[in-house]
Design a protein around this ligand. Structure first.
Ligand code: NAP
Length: 313
């Protein structure tokens, strides 16, 4: 694979392709000043990022859309240069809700299509306006839905041109097999977005996905923001790892750049989140070096099989 900034894309099974590096945009809305996402996406586009990872539940999709539209208006990019990934939330799994939910996202973005639309999680919550529905005891209210029926509604969104590609997120092998073995399957999921970094390398899922032409998109590729409200902080901070730092020293790179490069070198797409201009640029400087086979093995050996994002729901 030729890893240069110009050719850093991987093919998808439906004939489209996805940039190996994207900007993650999840930030706690309570703790993040309004407009930070807008500014960060614009800086990312100026830096050379063409892939933006977002979601309705990040509550900043309007800022992502505005940044993309402003950069198009400036003549910096064309719509087709950008790869935007949106996500179907848990309260919208019933098939009849899928297309209206995507249409709502498109309205928020003020765009005509998303490049990739993914089922964010394999389990459904009670449909309605409450994003995290809970009963009187504080327990999540789940909803019985058929993931295969949800998938058929996703296929219809692709056929309608509202999503160029469709995929999934947080699916395990069994859930992927359910879709892949669905009678009358029209489109396979092109990608599965899961936690993936040197402390959680996903060897088995990666192999399974490779066999089925499903690209792994690695979220929390820098080991998360370590926000204790949703992150398992008992696992040590990834970027302090001595091996990543020692390898970085050799190439004059940071541990973050080594962690990102490790994944792209093995064909895993990375979507590091940063709303800091310097770190947005730093995370883009990962195409001008390559790791030896020995270094790749050393990093693989860091795997602890422990998730930062436990998704206890
Ligand atoms: P991450 O990208 O691993 O880490 C983000 C944290 O690292 C932020 O606190 C960021 O702070 C900091 N950071 C960024 N670049 C850095 C660098 N070069 N050096 C040091 N620190 C750096 O974590 P994430 O946000 O959990 O995951 C990334 C994206 O994946 C999300 O934004 C979201 O788009 C997606 N995601 C998807 C799911 C899912 O269920 N599908 C789950 C989790 C995340 P600054 O902003 O201050 O730079």
């Amino acid at each position: 694979m030729n890893l240069t900034a110009e050719s850093h894309r991987v093919p998808l099974s439906d004939g489209n392709s996805i940039p190996l590096l994207g900007l993650g945009t999840y930030a706690d809305p309570q703790k993040t000043p309004k407009g930070s996402c807008l500014e960060s996406v614009k800086i990312a586009i100026d830096t050379g990022y063409r892939h933006i990872d977002g979601a309705f539940v990040y509550f900043n999709e309007h800022e992502v859309g505005q940044a993309i539209r402003e950069k198009i208006a400036e003549g910096k990019i064309k719509r087709e240069d950008i790869f935007y990934c949106g996500k179907l939330w848990n309260t919208c799994h019933p098939p009849e809700l899928v297309r209206p939910t995507l249409e709502k996202t498109l309205k928020i973005l003020q765009l005509d299509y998303v490049d990739l639309y993914i089922i964010e999680l394999p389990m459904a919550f009670k449909p309605g306006d409450v994003i995290y529905p809970r009963d009187e005891n504080g327990k999540f209210i789940y909803h019985e839905t058929d993931l295969c029926a949800t998938w058929e509604a996703m296929e219809a969104c692709k056929d309608a041109g509202l999503a160029k590609s469709i995929g999934v997120s947080n699916f395990n092998r069994r859930q992927l097999e359910m879709i892949l073995n669905k009678p009358g399957l029209k489109y396979k999921p092109v990608s599965n977005q899961v936690e993936c970094h040197p402390y959680f390398t996903q060897p088995k899922l990666l192999e399974f996905c490779r066999q089925h032409d499903i690209v792994i998109v690695g979220y929390s590729p820098l080991g998360t923001s370590r926000d204790e409200t949703w992150v398992n902080v008992s696992s040590p901070p990834l970027l302090k790892d001595p091996v990543l730092n020692a390898i970085g020293k050799k190439y004059n790179k940071t541990a973050a750049q080594v962690a990102l490069h490790f994944n792209i070198q093995r064909g895993v797409v990375v979507i590091p989140k940063s709303f800091n201009p310097q770190r947005i640029r730093e995370n883009f400087q990962i195409f001008d070096f390559s790791l030896t086979e020995k270094e790749m093995k050393e990093i693989e050996a860091l795997n602890k099989n422990v998730r930062y994002v436990e998704l206890l729901m």
